[in-house]
Design a protein around this ligand. Structure first.
Ligand code: F6R
Length: 345
């Protein structure tokens, strides 16, 4: 590493954050009598909520929704809903407003602080134990949120005897996550430096994901906007075909996340070929043993092999690193971007 940036240190702390999140005691309260979960959060925490929504839908087969707490539009909370509030700081005004608007609805929370406003308003609040995140851009706290969401989903599955076959298989794989994060950091850092160099003059970037990784495309775009001030847009690869693809011209940089074994892999690859055929400079985030046409990607940011449902824990890493190295190449104030302040819980 050889660098004093807090953001880079936070990115590289993620294997130990994962170890702590998997080792910590997880006292599960009685499950609330609900038939849906509504995640509500802002910014990076909202992207964690998008992944949480996919996990509740697939691992628990419980209807799950996501509300943008910052939008100001009144969140709709039908009876028998659990409101799940995610906030690194546990203090974000918009999130606290949502909690206060529904005093009688059951509310759970995840935060990185220990005595936050969220603790006062939610009946069950878990702390990510990611450690203080000094860089403004959230990286390790995002990972902590994902891991606690995953652990709660798995614990809920067992407590409710849901017996979803896919979830039972996944249970046996989570112990490997810290090592997989470490391996991915080792495997992908040099490629991220090269891509950051290649994009040194880029002033725009499209990030594409699909399924559970659409959230990561959005999160990557947010990291690039806040640390590099780059006009980056994240969206689903499928949706990109419905109009936005017109933006592509020769050399337009696009990063696409394609995880083999996912229901959307073949479709994503077909879409990637289309994007490439219009001249995009195409960067792939995919697993080390993925098979694809040799001329599809101009650059690859590899992650270690992983089940698609767990892959957001890894696919976000190269995007964090590309954002960091691009900001570094441009001489920007990586840990304290302009126009932003950070609450720490
Ligand atoms: C991005 C970032 C912000 C926060 C958002 C919500 O890196 O940090 O988008 O995620 O302001 O903050 P919390 O999670 O404290 O509610």
């Amino acid at each position: 590493m050889g660098d004093s940036s807090q953001m880079l240190a936070n990115i590289f702390e993620q294997p130990s954050v994962a170890e702590r999140c998997l080792a910590m005691d997880l006292p599960m309260p009685p499950l609330p009598d609900v038939d849906r979960v509504i995640f509500s959060a802002c910014g990076t925490s909202r992207h964690a909520g998008m992944v949480g929504r996919s996990w509740w839908q697939t691992l628990l087969q419980i209807p799950a929704h996501l509300e943008d707490a910052a939008d100001g539009y009144p969140v709709q909370v039908p009876p028998k809903s659990l409101i799940y509030l995610l906030s690194q700081s546990g203090q974000t005004r918009d999130v606290i407003d949502v909690a206060q608007r529904f005093p009688t609805a059951p509310k759970w929370g995840i935060t990185n602080g220990s005595k936050t406003r969220l603790h006062e308003l939610a009946s069950y609040t878990l702390q990510t134990h990611a450690g203080e995140e000094k860089a403004v851009a959230a990286t390790k706290t995002f990972l902590g949120q994902l891991l606690l969401l995953l652990r709660v989903a798995l614990a809920w599955h067992d407590r409710a005897n849901r017996n979803v076959p896919q979830t039972i298989v996944l249970q046996s794989k989570i112990a490997q996550i810290p090592q997989q994060i470490q391996t991915t950091l080792n495997q992908t850092e040099v490629a991220c430096q090269q891509v950051a160099q290649k994009l040194v003059a880029a002033d725009r970037l499209i990030l594409l994901g699909s399924g559970i990784n659409t959230a990561i495309a959005l999160e990557g775009a947010l990291k690039l906007k806040e640390t590099v001030y780059l006009h980056a847009e994240g969206l689903s690869s499928g949706d990109f075909m419905h109009g936005p693809i017109a933006i592509i011209e020769s050399g337009f940089p696009v990063i696409t996340i394609a995880i083999p074994g996912s229901a959307t892999y073949d479709k994503t690859i077909t879409e990637a070929k289309r994007v490439k055929s219009y001249g995009a400079y195409l960067i792939g985030i995919t697993t080390e043993s993925a098979v694809y046409d040799a001329d599809l990607f101009d650059a690859v940011l590899p992650i270690t092999d992983i089940d698609e449902l767990l892959s957001p824990l890894l696919t976000v890493i190269p995007l964090q690193l590309v954002a960091y190295y691009m900001a570094k190449n441009r001489g920007l104030a990586i840990d304290a971007p302009r126009n932003l302040t950070k609450f720490i819980g």
